[in-house]
Structures are given as C-alpha cells and as structure tokens.
Design a protein around this ligand. Sequence first.
Ligand SMILES: Nc1nc2c(ncn2[C@@H]2O[C@H](COP(=O)(O)OP(=O)(O)O)[C@@H](O)[C@H]2O)c(=O)[nH]1
Ligand SMILES: [Mg+2]
Length: 198
Amino acid sequence: MQDIFKLFNKTQFFKSATMLSQCPAQSTAEVAIIGRSNTGKSSFINVICNQKSLCRVGKTPGRTQHINFFNIIDNWFIVDLPGFGFAKISKKLQQAWHKELNNYLKKRDALKAVFIIVDIRRDLTPDDEDIIKMAIEYNLLPVIILNKADKISKSAAKNQLMIHQKHYNNEVPCFIFSATKKQGIDAVLEKFYNILVN
Ligand SMILES: Nc1nc2c(ncn2[C@@H]2O[C@H](COP(=O)(O)OP(=O)(O)O)[C@@H](O)[C@H]2O)c(=O)[nH]1
Ligand SMILES: [Mg+2]
C-alpha cells in the first residue's frame, strides 16, 4: 500500500489537449476522471496523488474544454476530462463534446476505466448514467466515487452506497470518499492500481 501511495505521489502534469486526438501516444494504461462540475474531480486527483495543486480546485470552467493528462509513471496516465452540466457552453459545443467523448471511450485502447465522481448527497445525473452505460458497452470498468462524504453522517453515507450498489446489481464498484477529510483513499488507490496493472 505504501508503495502505491509513493508511486501516485510522483504524478506530474503532462499536457493539456483540446481534442482527444492529441492524447499521448505512449500511454498503455489510463484511467479517466469524469463528472459534473463541482463534484470534486480536481480535489480527487490532488488527494490520491497526495499533492496540493496538481489540479486547480474550485476553478470555474471556461469556454474551452480542456482535457488534462497527468503522468503517473512511464506510460500510465490519469486523464481529467472536462466536467459536464454547466451552462456556460452552448448546446452545439456540448453536443460536439459528447461526440468526442463517445469516440474517446470507444476507441482509446489505453483507456481501462472511468471514475465517475459524484456528490454523495445527490442522485446520479442522466449524464452520469450515460457514461456508465457507455463504459459498459465499450468494455471499460465504470467506478463510482461518492465524494463529499464529510457532508453527511456515516450511516447516511452507507445508505447511499447501498442504493447505488443495488441500482447496478453490485456490478459497478462504488466507494465512499471525502477529498476534504482524505477518507477512502486506500481502497480507491488499490483499485486504481489494480486497474492499471491488469
Ligand atoms: N466538503 C467537501 N468539499 C469538497 C470535497 N471535494 C471537493 N470539495 C469542494 O468542492 C468544490 C469543487 O471542487 P473541485 O475539485 O474544483 O471540483 P471539480 O469541478 O469537479 O473539479 C471546491 O470548493 C472543493 O473544495 C469533499 O470531499 N468535501
Ligand atoms: Mg476541476
């Protein structure tokens, strides 16, 4: 466990892309992080890498949809996908992005899993559910991260976990997490590492 922690701590920003065709060619295994804006994607990446400012937290997304690649080691990457569900971008741009995302999930050989970051207090959005459906269809592992667990009681968190697990017949791994309280890191990192290795 300590070794995995050390490995992720080495993660560095690699590049920013506006199109998925600009994905690094040397990647052999990568995990994409996605979710509605403000659910804590940037905080999640910072915390699993035990770094303060690898990703900018709380930054209002602009008009440009950036995809950020972080290099864990050699050919392993964490991919920070733009958050969806904010009003600033036009319908047309949103549709274009959905198409691009669909292509990436479908065609990117290096991609192994998609971590969907959600606010534990809220239901999954139709976008979240779409991503999970697409991931399953394209043979990727969807993983649900129930973030901001510090905002509710332990029993309420467990209850939310059970609801999500039941909804997907225990076929989609779900984790209770808090980026703020650094809760749930060990289990999530272990999962992350196993995905990259296999
Ligand atoms: N209470 C609480 N707040 C969080 C947690 N994770 C992120 N936040 C806050 O939620 C806001 C959005 O976080 P950010 O990482 O930028 O979300 P992103 O838009 O999905 O990348 C920030 O104000 C964070 O400090 C958490 O686990 N608990
Ligand atoms: Mg962010």
